[in-house]
Design a protein around this ligand. Structure first.
Ligand code: NAP
Length: 246
């Protein structure tokens, strides 16, 4: 049985990806931020995954921390035997116009959204190289492709993730490890629920399909990218934005 590890999977897009990969037949390692609230939500996601007849376990780790990622990957390898797919999904926002954004608000978003991809990719590729097989999917954003006012920190991380995706694809291609990114647009999750109605309406104006995306519509593309159907796809960025830009 193949194993997938998904970061930030206690809710939103990450939880949906975990459920989808479980439905596809993957055993799933569900990472969550180390808090009681996140643990409770992650345990519920694991239960839903097990309903598909696969193994599902939860792992508390702050993915911005190098040593916590190392320990988690070691534990997942011990528990499952292999790590076939990694989905770097964990992310946060600290939106403010640059004039008001503090250094801390910049640094924490870089650590969680970007450094985490370095941490997890470093430890997981070491396992995948020995297997001579692996699939990595990084969750970027349209903000990394086009920029977005109020997101100097966030858009920097998402643009960086695209560069990291292509570098990973080039470094590990010869080991049969693929790495691709998805760049979601406006997706219905707790991250976007907090936006004002005015901002939501303005955003939808630019979307060809005139609606928000659903987490399942991100999970289905991730499902393709980690499958054998995508065996010759690497270093690509797939925008899933309902036609935000063309
Ligand atoms: P979400 O509902 O806020 O989920 C993000 C998850 O990541 C949460 O479970 C969160 O836990 C977890 N997380 C945060 N910091 C972490 C850390 N240091 N270590 C481990 N886990 C951590 O957001 P989402 O909308 O599902 O977003 C998922 C990904 O999609 C993110 O990378 C986001 O940037 C990207 N994305 C989302 C949209 C959108 O419209 N929703 C658009 C483009 C890209 P806590 O709840 O404890 O913080």
């Amino acid at each position: 049985m193949a194993t997938a590890i998904i970061t930030g999977a206690s809710q939103g897009i990450g939880a949906c990806i975990a459920r989808r990969l479980a439905k596809d037949g993957f055993d799933v390692a569900i990472n969550h931020y180390p808090s009681d609230g996140d643990k409770e939500k992650a345990l519920a996601v694991a239960e839903e995954c097990r309903a598909f007849g696969v193994k599902a376990e939860c792992y508390a780790a702050d993915v911005s921390k190098f040593d916590q990622c190392e320990a988690m990957v070691k534990q997942v390898k011990e528990d499952f035997g292999t790590i076939d797919a990694l989905v770097n999904n964990a992310g946060i926002t600290k939106d403010k116009l640059l004039a008001r954004m503090t250094e801390d608000e910049y640094d924490v978003v870089i650590a969680v959204n970007q450094k985490s991809v370095f941490n997890m990719t470093k430890f997981v590729t070491s396992v995948m190289m020995k297997q001579k097989h692996g699939r990595i999917v990084n969750v970027a954003s349209v903000a990394g492709l086009y920029g977005n006012p109020g997101q100097m920190n966030y858009s920097a991380t998402k643009a960086a993730i695209i560069g990291m995706t292509k570098t990973t694809a080039k470094e590990f291609g010869k080991k049969n490890i693929t790495c691709n990114a998805v760049a979601p647009g406006f997706i219905h999750t707790p991250m976007t629920d907090v936006l004002s109605d005015e901002i939501k309406a303005k955003m939808l104006d630019a979307v060809a399909l005139k609606r928000y995306g659903e987490p399942e519509e991100i999970a289905s593309v991730v499902s393709f990218l980690v499958s054998d159907n995508a065996s010759y796809v690497t270093g690509q960025v797939i925008e899933i934005s309902g036609g935000l830009a063309m």
